[in-house]
Write a protein that binds this ligand. Structure first.
Ligand code: GLU
Length: 422
């Protein structure tokens, strides 16, 4: 899973310009949306378990907040840098606008390989990062959430640190400073599975309009973290068969199928690793990408489907669980090869939609039932999918460009109505 790439932010601009040209976007608004609003870089010291002090670099990029508070995840990964954070923040603006949420877009994280640190060190790193961000985050201003290598525990540490720095009277009003929290810290039922559920809801919509029978379909998944594992679980519920899985530990394949729920249990007991799962064989990265299946769900990092790897794919549909897995050049190759693609800003939007419902519950001091949350996520995802497919038909374009057009049109209207200060 090589990640080196020239610039993810350049890729975002290529995608944006294609949509902006097609929809004839107002040139002033085009200038605004081509830039990020704020780029925060913090360097902070943390004491390690052996007493030594290490410096870390963290980022939070806020792209746009015309529709509401900045919103988006924090990732802990060696690939995190300013360019990546800018790209990922911009995608969040499109994602929230497309889903019709009252949010803008942001993203951030720490340039770190979390596998090299103990739990205690990760806790101190997270708390010190939160402290360094200070008032750059806030429940009505910028609301982080989990992303690659961060989860409910990370959110609990951020919440606790943020609340500790508030006045006594303010603390209980600020639970919604982060989403994706553990249940007892103000998290919502369903947020854990929301992204994967949204991915499969999108696949289901695509399958209906493309006459693909999911009860007979096969699929492969790249990445078996939150998004990949829950997507596989919900695909199994539809009756589809998982043939191969790739993650950082290696790749497993079985022609007779891999049970996603058994694999989740197996990985839990094996330090998150999928390799060695019974009745599977190891295959190479190239063989994985060339696997004949109906659907490929990339649910790991960006820039996996490139000019080199796009020609290898042997599937009917790519459903982007990850953010930015496909480069613009690879998009063109997939279109030429007649491979369908559900773009990230639509395909993985179940996650931030779930976050929105957590945020609302916190604001109202409510707890909703699992079924209620999941049904609300489903409705929003289907609505977004329907808007995108209608727009794709009317502009005679691909689903990614159509998703951008729906999102950017909403932002354009808001700017036109509000005008520019002063
Ligand atoms: N990190 C997720 C994403 O890329 C979720 C963001 C959120 O819930 O704010 O969409």
């Amino acid at each position: 899973m090589k990640t080196a790439h020239k610039s993810l932010y350049e890729d975002v601009q290529v995608q944006f310009n294609k949509a902006a040209d097609l929809m004839k976007l107002n040139s002033g608004i085009r200038n605004i949306l081509s830039e990020t609003a704020n780029e925060i870089v913090v360097h902070f010291p943390v004491k390690m378990d052996d007493g030594k002090i290490e410096m870390f670099t963290g980022y939070r990029v806020q792209h746009n907040n015309i529709l509401g508070p900045y919103k988006g995840g924090l990732r802990y990964h060696p690939s995190v840098d300013l360019d990546d954070a800018k790209a990922l923040a911009t995608w969040m603006t499109w994602k929230t606008a497309l889903a019709g949420l009252p949010y803008g877009g942001a993203k951030g994280g720490i340039h770190i390989d979390p596998a090299k640190y103990s739990q205690n060190e990760l806790e101190r790193i997270t708390r010190r990062f939160t402290y360094a961000l200070g008032n750059n985050i806030g429940p009505e201003y910028d609301i982080p959430a989990p992303d690659v290598n961060t989860g409910p525990q990370t959110m609990a540490w951020i919440l606790d640190t943020y609340l500790t720095t508030r006045s006594q009277g303010e603390r209980n009003n600020c639970l919604h400073v982060v989403t994706g929290k553990p249940l007892n810290c103000g998290g919502t039922l369903g947020r854990d599975r929301a992204t994967g559920f949204g991915v499969v809801t999108n696949i289901n919509e695509w399958a209906k309009s493309n006459k693909l029978d999911l009860t007979k379909a096969t699929f492969i998944v790249q990445g078996f973290g939150n998004v990949g594992s829950w997507s596989a679980h919900f695909m199994k519920e539809k009756g589809s068969k998982l043939l191969a899985v790739e993650d950082v530990s290696g790749i497993i394949y079985s022609a007779s199928g891999i049970d996603p729920d058994d694999l989740i249990e197996f990985a839990k007991k094996n330090g998150g690793k999928i390799t060695g799962f019974p009745n599977t064989v190891a295959i190479t990265h190239k063989e994985f990408l060339s696997t004949k299946a109906d659907i490929f769900i990339p649910a790991a990092l960006s820039n996996q489907i490139t000019i080199e790897t796009a020609p290898l794919l042997n599937v009917k549909l790519v459903a982007e669980g990850a953010n930015g897995p496909t480069s613009p050049e690879a998009d063109t190759i997939l279109q030429q090869r007649d491979i369908g693609l559900i773009p990230d800003v639509l395909c993985n939007s179940g996650g931030v939609i779930g976050s929105y419902f957590e945020w609302l519950q916190n604001k109202r001091s409510e707890y909703w039932e699992l079924d209620e949350v999941i049904e609300k996520v489903r409705k929003k995802v289907v609505e977004a999918y329907t808007n995108v497919s209608k727009t794709a038909a009317s502009y005679k374009t691909d689903l990614r460009t159509a998703a951008y057009i729906v999102a950017i049109s909403r932002l354009e209207s808001a700017y036109k109505e509000r005008g520019i200060f002063p």
